[in-house]
Design a protein around this ligand. Structure first.
Ligand SMILES: NC(=O)C1=CN([C@@H]2O[C@H](COP(=O)(O)OP(=O)(O)OC[C@H]3O[C@@H](n4cnc5c(N)ncnc54)[C@H](O)[C@@H]3O)[C@@H](O)[C@H]2O)[C@@H](O)CC1
Ligand SMILES: Nc1ncnc2c1ncn2[C@@H]1O[C@H](COP(=O)(O)OP(=O)(O)OP(=O)(O)O)[C@@H](O)[C@H]1O
Length: 597
């Protein structure tokens, strides 16, 4: 049903009748009986009113009923039937059938009509007469403006004068006012003026009333926020206590994955479960809090140890390719450096082979940078998807996006490659223009558990807005990364920046390894290439080696720390002239320093 926008000050007759119909219902009356706290009843009344097409707040309904009751009791209280007060109470009959029945049934005694200094029945009656036929219209219903049926506070000096308003209700003890004569003013003009003043005063009153209600709402919100905060703190304390108790009660199980019975088995294919996502936030917040709040050097040291655990030992028993065959999807006419940086970084971290799948034009350029790289000039060919697909079984991880560009035809091919990779269970690192593609079509990656996204600030905002249809809250980085990860089906996300924030929707890690103030282009490519290798190693090692922590989180943390350390070391040598090439030269020493000493 269409709801009429009736949130003004005035009630149309139709609206008032609808209100009375609802308010007069037996269940409403009995709910109100002897109940001083009646806000829930008026909430219900407002709800029912909305169902018949009138949009009013519970407070507006309560005030309206209060006014009608006052009018009714005044009209009833000693004033003759058919007299002006009875006529002024337009809804006398309706009120009487409700309140009269209540009184007859032994309901609460009606309140005495208290003094209502500003409410003058004769004036009201006259005003109504003057208005007949002049009513404005709300959503097509004729509206008769009524004088406020209760005392309207009129600030002094607002021009409200009681022109010709000597009351004819002798039982109301009104303060005496000086008599004024307006014999020279025609009656209809006088009435018009009177009516206008009355309406103005009424509007003013309702404006005050609405302001008061707004302030009450604000107050309630603050209270609610405080309660929530208290609950979260309580949750943390309880979680702390329960984990301490369970640690004391039982020794650590031999198989770490069992510690996370409600978690997924890493590396297993799972489909995104909307139910889980809907149910998980409280748990997630609690876990995230415990991890990222008060994140200390000790926390980082623990995670460093986990990275060390996943690094495969160097032995003479292995053959070429075992420590990593990494594919890079990217490289076009404009960007040849990015895929090179990613591929060479993967090799420097310890991968045995890297394959760059790029456009025909970019291939000779990329090849010329380094003989170490295997380069496939296939990405812009009509058979691109098939060409890459034949290589997929031989690749441990695919890094999608460095230097890819945003050409539609290329992106279309990459879409196909992503689908094939998912079908074959190939782990994916998506960066740069790969993230552009995901922002256009999040379902391409949503729910794929072997994916890691590595957005920078801009890429993160773009993705967040595309998926959550909301701007990023810049005051809550951790929450934003957590939410995006959950919305994408618990993908691992690395938000790069001054501190790298990493989350899989359940936990949040922060990497604040010291880097430098030098922000040359290509550092992200170094990160995504390194991450390609670490993802392979982490999944191979499994969660036994990561103490139950998601191996992809450990891999991401390792790649972030390594990139930042390279940045620091290169900057110490080259200062402002540091480039990504300088950083790549530091991969070996930085890796050794962080993970092998
Ligand atoms: N030598 C090369 O071939 C390089 C190529 N690159 C490629 O260039 C393509 C476009 O990458 P872009 O990163 O420019 O992507 P975008 O076109 O999305 O631009 C990102 C923009 O965000 C800005 N930005 C980044 N961090 C920010 C922050 N914290 N606050 C505010 N603004 C911020 C940057 O200045 C940039 O203008 C990608 O394919 C990428 O791989 C880059 O990797 C750099 C090196
Ligand atoms: N303000 C900063 N302080 C320290 N390190 C930073 C800062 N901003 C980014 N980094 C680090 O730089 C690396 C690359 O992040 P960046 O935001 O430059 O990625 P990117 O824009 O994708 O890079 P690229 O130029 O390759 O596209 C990350 O490891 C990140 O930790």
């Amino acid at each position: 049903m269409m709801i009429a926008n009736t949130r003004g000050f005035l009630w149309s007759d139709l609206e008032t009748q609808a209100l009375l119909g609802i308010w007069g219902e037996a269940d409403v009356q009995s709910a109100l009986d002897g109940n001083f706290r009646n806000s829930h009843v008026y909430r219900d009344v407002a709800c029912r009113l909305a169902q018949v097409g009138f949009d009013r707040t519970p407070e507006q309904c309560r005030i309206r009923i209060k006014g009608l009751k006052r009018q009714y009791y005044q009209a009833k209280d000693g004033l003759p039937k058919g007299g002006p007060a009875r006529k002024a109470c337009k809804f006398f009959d309706e009120m009487d059938s409700i309140l009269g029945a209540r009184a007859a049934a032994g309901g609460p005694a009606p309140p005495r009509a208290g003094p209502a200094p500003e409410e003058e029945t004769s004036r009201e009656q006259a005003a109504e007469k003057a208005l007949t036929g002049e009513g404005s219209s709300f959503t097509g219903h004729p509206v008769k403006v009524e004088c406020a049926p209760f005392a309207i506070p009129v600030p002094p000096g607002h021009g409200f004068k009681h022109i010709g308003a000597q009351t004819s209700t002798p039982h109301l003890s009104q303060p005496k006012r000086p008599k004024k004569r307006h014999t020279s003013i025609p009656l209809d003009k006088m009435m018009g003026k009177l009516l206008q003043q009355s309406v103005d005063a009424e509007e003013k009153f309702f404006r005050y009333e609405e302001q008061r209600l707004k302030m009450e709402d604000k107050h309630r919100e603050t209270e609610r926020a405080r309660e929530l905060q208290m609950l979260q703190m309580l949750g943390q304390v309880l979680a702390g206590i329960s984990s301490a108790v369970s640690q004391r009660a039982q020794p650590r199980p031999a198989s770490p994955p069992q510690q996370r019975t409600h978690h997924r088995a890493y590396g297993d294919d799972i489909t995104f479960n909307a139910m889980t996502a809907a149910l998980s936030p409280p748990l997630v917040l609690e876990r995230a809090f415990s991890l990222h709040k008060g994140h200390s050097v000790k926390d980082m040291e623990t995670t460093f140890q986990l990275v060390r655990n996943i690094i495969p030992p160097l032995t003479t028993k292995k053959h070429k390719g075992q420590d990593g065959r990494i594919g890079i999807i990217g490289g076009c006419q404009e960007y040849t450096g990015a895929p090179y940086f990613a591929a060479i970084s993967a090799l420097k971290v310890g991968a045995d082979l890297t394959h760059v799948f790029c456009t025909k034009e970019a291939a000779p350029v990329i090849k010329s940078y380094s003989p170490e790289l295997i380069v496939h000039p296939v990405l812009d060919s009509a058979t691109a998807v098939r060409d890459v697909e034949t290589w997929l079984p031989r690749l441990h991880t695919l890094v999608v996006g460095p230097g890819l560009g945003r050409d539609d035809a290329l992106l279309q091919n990459v879409k196909g490659i992503l689908e094939k990779s998912k079908a074959k269970g190939v782990p994916l690192v998506v960066d740069a223009d790969g993230l552009w593609l995901i922002a256009q079509q999040p379902s391409l990656i949503q729910g794929y558990p072997k994916a890691v996204l590595t957005p920078n600030y801009m890429e993160f905002s773009r993705l967040y807005e595309a998926v959550l249809r909301d701007p990023v809250d810049s005051n809550d980085h951790h929450g934003a990364v957590l939410r995006l990860s959950q919305a994408l089906g618990n993908l691992t996300i690395v938000q790069k920046g001054e501190r790298d924030v990493i989350s899989d929707g359940e936990q949040v890690l922060v990497c604040s390894q010291e880097g430098s103030s030098r922000r040359c282009g290509g550092q992200g490519d170094l990160l995504s290439g390194s991450l390609g290798v670490l993802v392979h190693w982490a999944l191979l090692a499994g969660s036994e080696k990561t103490n139950g922590l998601n191996p992809l989180l450990v891999a991401a943390f390792g790649a972030c720390a390594l990139t930042r350390q390279c940045n620091k070391q290169a900057f110490q040598k080259s200062g402002r002239s540091t480039t990504t090439t300088d950083m790549i030269a530091e991969v070996g020493p930085a890796f050794k320093k962080l993970f092998e000493t």
